[in-house]
Design a protein around this ligand. Structure first.
Ligand SMILES: [Zn+2]
Ligand SMILES: [Zn+2]
Length: 438
């Protein structure tokens, strides 16, 4: 509990009296062409999770020219760029680097035409989750913090992470010896772009803001035979149908109505022909929750229901369903409320009240949560950043235009408005947090 109180004790009582906005406005105005160049280059050249080699090489080259030292070997192509600038707090700011296997349909002049080979097949790639917005804003902040180094004192760790989309990247980073040798951060920050907020607006969600994600494959066994003689078989198709229905009672009847969770069975495979009862059926699930207790309760109930239904169908102990939790689990994102209060105060002061809004939690996952689940919990915050241009926002409110979601092939953030605002926002937060006492 103590760590939750710590940020309040650390932050200055003066309420962040200094104002950096004239300086930040001037810097971001001068650099806006550079932001667009970075964005368009990164957008046109996405790389899939764990394969971000050219992206990482490019980012490192830019960061070296800004005076950062590069720390490699953080798993896949993840790396850190470190600026040690005297004594003071250690702040970590993370960006992810991976694109998605989506064929871009934005019609932009710099749209991605990139493809990758996977198991002999050509796979298209696109920055459909806006990780290119994250990287460009991150580079912009890196440049600004380097240029303004007389304004702050401490250590800035800029973390570039591989494989966010597959839930593998952050786990590799925190397990890597090179990461453990970096100075321990006092605060950890990141952005995620938001497909329905006005460009440049920060979205706050204190506490649990994104869900823990688990993927599970379940094999339900039976005893196959002729479709015309079902009494001589144990039908796994019927059993699977009963199971899919029974599972719906977990969220609706075992969890508190105030405790959100999702169990989706997204795939079901079994059988070959109408007159054959197969030996087994496989199900593929995604499970979303916030707390560890809820996550465990869901696992327990999935097993209890499956085993009891199998037993009721007449299956012996050696034919109970097999529950295979895939190695793709990520914890929920917990945004430290005290840190959130400080960030909101800072952004409101530097960019005005309209720059901040509150957004509800969502059940999508983000592996940023891995960083705050390290041995000592570090106050962390994943801020949303809006990406919708004002004219599109107005058209969508009046129902004249559809806003495309993250992961859509038509997702096209208003980068020229979003990136300068994100740089200003993150730089304000870092500059003020560096004034707190470690
Ligand atoms: Zn995504
Ligand atoms: Zn993302």
């Amino acid at each position: 509990m103590l760590h939750k109180l710590l940020p309040l004790l650390l932050l200055p009582l003066s309420g962040f009296s200094q104002s950096f906005s004239p300086l930040l406005n001037k810097e971001t105005e001068t650099a806006k062409e550079q932001y667009s160049q970075w964005y368009q280059l990164l957008h046109a050249n996405p790389e899939l999770s764990t394969q971000e080699i050219n992206t990482a090489t490019y980012l490192k080259k830019e960061l070296r020219s800004m005076g950062y030292s590069i720390v490699d070997s953080l798993g896949f192509h993840s790396f850190a760029a470190v600026l040690k600038n005297g004594s003071g707090p250690v702040l970590l700011y993370r960006s992810d680097m991976d694109g998605l296997p989506v064929k871009e349909e934005t019609g932009l002049s710099f749209a991605s035409k990139a493809t990758f080979k996977k198991e002999g097949q050509e796979i298209p790639a696109m920055h459909a989750c806006g990780h290119d917005i994250h990287m460009s804003s991150w580079l912009g902040t890196a440049s600004l913090m380097s240029r303004l180094r007389k304004q702050w004192s401490g250590t800035l760790i800029l973390l570039a992470q591989s494989a966010e989309e597959t839930g593998q990247g952050a786990k590799q980073v925190v397990q890597s010896p090179a990461f453990r040798q970096l100075p321990g951060p006092d605060y950890q920050l990141a952005f995620h772009d938001h497909a329905a907020l006005p460009a440049g607006q920060a979205g706050f969600c204190d506490g649990f803001s994104m869900a823990a994600v688990d993927m599970m494959n379940i094999t339900i066994y039976g005893k196959g035979g002729h479709g015309a003689a079902p009494h001589q078989t144990i039908d796994p198709v019927l059993l699977a149908a009963q199971y899919v229905t029974a599972v719906q009672s977990i969220v609706s009847r075992n969890l508190s109505p105030n405790d959100p969770a999702v169990i989706t069975i997204g795939a079901i495979h079994g059988g070959t022909a109408g007159n054959i009862i197969p030996n087994e059926v496989t199900l593929k699930l995604t499970i979303r929750s916030y707390s560890e207790a809820t996550r465990q309760l869901i696992f327990d109930r999935l097993k209890t229901l499956g085993n009891h239904l199998a037993a009721a169908a007449g299956l012996e102990k050696d034919k109970m369903p097999v529950y295979d939790l895939l190695d793709m689990s990520i914890p929920s994102v917990y945004n430290d409320p005290a840190l959130g209060k400080s960030l909101r105060t800072i952004i409101t002061k530097e960019m005005g009240e309209a720059a901040c809004t509150t957004v509800p939690p969502v059940m999508i996952g983000e592996d940023f949560g891995v960083y705050s689940r390290q041995s000592t919990a570090i106050p962390s915050y994943l801020l949303w950043i809006g990406t919708v241009a004002p004219e599109r926002m107005a058209k969508s409110t009046s129902g004249k235009e559809e806003l495309y979601s993250l992961h859509s092939s038509k997702f096209a953030p208003a980068h020229s408005l979003t990136i300068p605002a994100a740089v200003k926002m993150m730089s304000s937060c870092l500059l003020h947090l560096f004034k707190t006492k470690p």
